[in-house]
Unconditional design. Structure first.
Lengths: 81, 250
């Protein structure tokens, strides 16, 4: 499965503003990733946070990824359809 | 786990104060509580007191420190479903429910008084009103669970955290452990997230916004409430479910 990315600004109510929307092959929105600002601990700052997933199995863990491609691979294995 | 000095008067008084916050305790009952035989042990932060599946023969009274009840899920995820202050018996149910259906652990170094079930039964037999008060305490425990269920199921992340900070303020107040709207709350953001069904990232964002909105300041060890009414309003906090008969604000 391949994903299309669209970089957007996200209102999280704080300094985490850099976001990336991921769309599936049918151009449907499947996930919102947000890059964590330096207001977080150093082990989190700069990571892509899995803010929200649509029809993704077991995303309650909201994992962190250091690269969007890793988020896409993770999603590909968990997409419901 | 190591054996430690016997409980001081003020440590035992936490239990009396806690019970007095929800009902009346007679002079004889106070004496009986203060004479309860217990073996004191000190546990480090993050040690299990009782584990799911065990069949304890003792109840554990928290003398100092901080304790939670939790359950581990597959993949190592954890749900914390209650926090306990000094003066609490986090595993009182083991008197009547033989097998632990969840685990109990420290969230800070804690001094714990272990009391044999036989002594607890004897206390309740000799002082039935005290038995009723402990029953009342377990009913309040259930009321707290109901409130947490509403929080996890229906409240926003901001409301959950605001509600928790208000609840803990009143529970620490009941055992004399708040000072000028401050209390020791030695939990990590991950532990708060495990209790409220939130990620560390969300907890971090919300604690920062509570600080920026001048509602409460929280760090790894303590909480300082700056605007009690504001925090209460945000969390839709109504203290009725704590059934405290004395005092309704810290």
């Amino acid at each position: 499965m391949t994903f299309t990315r669209r970089f957007v600004k996200v209102n999280t109510g704080g300094p985490d503003e850099e976001g990336c929307l991921l769309f599936d092959n049918g151009d449907a929105l499947v996930a919102v990733l947000v890059r964590l600002s330096d207001k977080h601990d150093s082990k989190y700052a700069g990571e892509w946070f899995f803010e929200h997933g649509i029809e993704i199995r077991n995303y309650h863990s909201h994992p962190l990824f250091n690269d969007i491609i890793k988020a896409e691979n993770w999603m590909a294995s968990r997409k419901v359809k | 786990m190591r054996s430690a000095a016997p409980p001081s008067r003020s440590e035992r008084d936490r239990l009396v104060r806690k019970l007095e916050s929800i009902g009346d305790v007679s002079a004889d009952e106070k004496t009986a509580i203060n004479e309860l035989p217990m073996q004191v042990r000190t546990l480090a932060d993050g040690e299990d007191i009782a584990v799911e599946g065990e069949r304890p023969s003792q109840c554990c009274l928290i003398l100092t420190g901080f304790v939670c009840r939790y359950k581990l899920l597959p993949e190592g995820r954890r749900q914390i479903f209650s926090f306990h202050t000094p003066g609490d018996f986090p595993d009182l149910q083991s008197l009547h429910l033989k097998t632990m259906d969840h685990s109990v652990a420290t969230l800070a170094e804690s001094r714990l008084g272990f009391i044999e079930h036989t002594y607890m039964r004897e206390l309740i037999r000799c002082f039935p009103d005290l038995g009723s008060l402990l029953w009342r305490d377990t009913l309040i425990d259930a009321a707290i669970f109901r409130e947490w269920m509403v929080g996890i199921g229906r409240r926003t992340a901001h409301q959950r955290i605001a509600h928790l900070l208000c609840e803990m303020a009143l529970r620490f107040e009941a055992v004399g452990l708040t000072h000028d709207h401050n209390y020791q709350f030695p939990i990590t953001q991950a532990e708060m997230g495990d209790a409220l069904g939130l990620t560390v990232v969300h907890v971090n964002r919300i604690l920062r916004s509570l600080r920026e909105e001048q509602l409460a300041i929280s760090n790894r060890t303590s909480v300082r409430i700056l605007d009690w009414e504001g925090l209460k309003g945000l969390g839709e906090f109504d203290p009725t479910y704590l059934h405290q008969t004395k005092g309704t604000s810290p």
